[in-house]
Design a protein around this ligand. Structure first.
Ligand code: SAM
Length: 254
């Protein structure tokens, strides 16, 4: 009898298909006009190059390709050092991948994943819950729609707070550092935090040293900045600042 293949979780890809299809479509349109104005072939070729770049990047990030997405998440996961019970919050959990990995690592803790699940990513609460079920951690994980800019949790209510590649994405917040402050608000005294984002993108976050000082001024202790963008497994083509070349991690206690 044929056996049914076990269902696999769906964690998506940070490089959306739109980034491949849109420049490809623009390239095709321009190529049509290039029959009349040959110079336009150069512009069409540029758009095609952009499309091919993102197609390759999507392959690099995918679980069947370079597994870059899982490995970058792994950097944040390895910095989560919690053995007890209590509550862990993952801000901007996306498809729930890091939330679920944390639940597997911290076997006694309850883990909450929040996200606003906008249209851009194609993630949803339903996908997260299904992934948690498939991975066998649904009994200790909950997902909730919420905004990273105004977390619906009391001050000091979380033992650990993590966030991976989210803060720079949050719209409507001029100073993205305020999102770190909001995340720190819900960390318990004695609790820990692990934030990974494009912290080396100076236009967004300023100098890393000054950022660390800010985090200290908001109650962070033993605050460390780690330049995770330097990790050996990240290929040069993915090190462009708008990809993951500018990633860094801020870890500490409160
Ligand atoms: C690059 S994805 C990272 C997802 C996940 N942390 C991971 O490691 O796979 C960015 C995520 O930020 C979420 N996001 C953006 N703005 C948000 C907001 N204001 N509140 C909560 N989540 C937000 C998006 O929905 C998306 O899931």
């Amino acid at each position: 009898m044929e056996q049914q293949a076990a269902e696999k979780p769906e964690y998506g890809n940070w490089v959306s298909r739109r980034l491949i299809y849109m420049p490809a479509a623009v390239s095709l349109i321009i190529m049509g006009f290039a029959v009349i104005i040959p110079f336009l072939f150069i512009i069409a070729a540029l758009f095609l190059f952009v499309s091919l770049y993102f197609a390759y990047a999507r392959h690099l990030f995918s679980p069947r390709g370079g597994k870059l997405q899982a490995r970058v998440r792994g950097l944040a996961l390895s910095a989560v050092d919690w053995t007890g019970k209590g509550q862990i919050l993952d801000i901007g959990c996306g498809s729930g991948a890091l939330t679920i990995d944390i639940a597997k690592k911290c076997r006694e803790a309850r883990v909450i994943g929040i996200d606003y699940w906008g249209k851009q990513w194609g993630y949803s609460k339903r996908v997260c819950e299904k992934n948690a079920e498939i991975e066998g951690v649904a009994d200790r994980v909950t997902f909730q729609k919420a905004d990273a800019a105004a977390l619906p949790f009391d001050d000091g209510s979380m033992d650990v707070v993590v966030s991976n590649l989210v803060f720079h994405e949050v719209g409507g917040v001029k100073d993205k550092r305020e999102l770190i402050r909001e995340a720190l608000r819900v960390v318990k005294k004695g609790g820990a935090f692990v934030f990974q984002d494009l912290f080396l993108w100076k236009q967004i976050y300023g100098e890393p040293d000054e950022l660390v000082e800010k985090v200290r001024s908001w109650g962070g202790k033993e605050v460390k900045f780690v330049n995770t963008g330097k990790s050996d497994f990240i290929p040069k083509v993915a090190k462009l600042p708008f990809m993951i070349g500018a990633i860094g991690m801020i870890i500490g206690k409160k």
